[in-house]
Design a protein around this ligand. Sequence first.
Ligand code: FES
Length: 68
Amino acid sequence: MKIHFRENGPIVLPAKKGDRVVFNGEERVLQKDGLALCRCGASTDKPFCDKSHKRVGFKAPGGDLEGV
Ligand code: FES
């Protein structure tokens, strides 16, 4: 598996549009490829990224974590 850390943005787990995820019993259907999880702490929809990282000016390097 490869986990992508988007520069100045979320952690993106591999997933496909249409995949279903369940968090604390709440199911969602992904609307696009990739599952973006907040790492800036500003999302109002944690653990999911709601793009608040742009509003707060979150800065962090990007990269890929592989082999997990
Ligand atoms: S990383 Fe996108 S809202 Fe936090």
